[in-house]
Design a binder for this molecule. Sequence first.
Ligand code: NAD
Length: 496
Amino acid sequence: MNTIGHMINGESVSTGERFQDVFNPSTGEVSKQVILASKETVEQAIAAAQAAFPAWRNTPVAKRARVMFKFKQLLEDNADKICQLIGEEHGKISHDAMGELQRGIENVEYACYAPELLKGEHSKNVGPNIDSWSEFQPLGVVAGITPFNFPAMVPLWMYPMAIVCGNCFILKPSERDPSSTLFIAQLLEEAGLPKGVMNVVNGDKVAVDTLLHDERVMAVSFVGSTPIAEYIYTTASANGKRCQALGGAKNHAIIMPDADMDNAASALIGAAFGSSGERCMALSCVVAVGDSAADQLIAKLTKEMKNLKVGAYTDSSNDFGPVITKAHQDKVNGYITSAENDGATIVVDGRNPEVAGYANGYYVGGTLIDNVTADMSSYKEEIFGPVLQVVRVNTMQEAMQLIDDHEYGNGTCIFTRDGEAARYFSDNIKVGMVGINVPLPVPVSYHSFGGWKRSLFGDLHAYGPDAVRFYTKRKTITQRWPSAGVREGAQFAFPS
Ligand code: NAD
């Protein structure tokens, strides 16, 4: 059986004592095993990164950016292979995997801009013969811990910018679909990155805890579920590390009575069921304002959902593939059952769909649930599956209150033709990323990504301009060259 190891100091490491099965969710078969790193293995990676740091830090930024240019080219050249690996272990259909990879590549493109981003700030003559400037210095060894649902894109949110800023990186990918992540990191070596600057350790809590407690690791970026994000943030912070930890979500779409219902229904279908709903920006909850809006929308959704195709990642005519594991399939089905038991109406039931030839795959069909209320656990918790819930309210204020009261605040959107309502909504809603007639308002790579409330722990968002700040520390230098021969006495007043 194929074994997936680590990449430490530019070398493949395939020894270890603990292993975990990696499944092909489309078939339910074990396809590979991943080695779970020991504390000692992670410490080797940290030591390699630390040794590589002095030379990498002093490499001119234009030269660091040149590695990223080459890396981008290699990602494009290897796109088919990367998407195949994502499909095998995650279950994503190739069009969706391609989309994920493209968004990842856009972060590499932004990292190529580093010479401009790291120019710093300069002020001449802040006092007599005194100039002052701020520069952005790398932190040293930094780490990233990533989730299963975007094995290519989310790591690419982190290490291209961290590395181009002069840091050395240790990535701990998800143990559930580690192959594409490892393969992509190996392309960095081919792009000419010096050994030790980028390291990948596969593993579980043992690897994560080693990174969180080792004093050589200066900063930790995390993306995953909220309970783990909170644990990462509190532990990393208690150990004196800079930390950004992005967590889970429940993304609501308000449907106003004046919305273009046909377009809203199509947009919702893609945003709710794409990638089997396993996206932190998936639209999982519709808040319909007025019964007429709710009824019209549900009629259109029900009609369109008849054409949804769930199936194996190998057939690109499928709309979406399986969910990640058997346990997750059971969990998603369990939420549908709990909504039903709580009195909601199952309009389209995706439990146990028939997928010919793939009886053991982890499939859940597109599911639509009406009359959901805020006290139901299926509403309060993140389902992370192809399930769209509808909550009915009477006014836009009620809809906004519902969203504001939810513990998560990652993404949201409003469908309306009323500019005033849209402007009020975007200005006041307590959510980090807002769409106006845009169902998945995922910021482009030159903005930053992050939610509010319990969707993000820390201050700085992921990628974009915030990433430059996260992966550097500011130093401000004030310099004076007094005129020769001019004698100046001591001054006791605070300099002004
Ligand atoms: P997860 O929290 O289970 O795992 C994420 C990472 O944490 C993995 O690398 C895993 O190995 C590690 N981990 C898991 N349990 C741990 C523990 N007890 N101690 C230390 N480390 C641990 O998340 P997942 O299931 O892989 O991903 C899905 C979740 O990620 C969803 O909640 C989704 O909303 C969220 N997500 C959020 C964003 C965002 O930007 N906000 C993006 C993608 C995914």
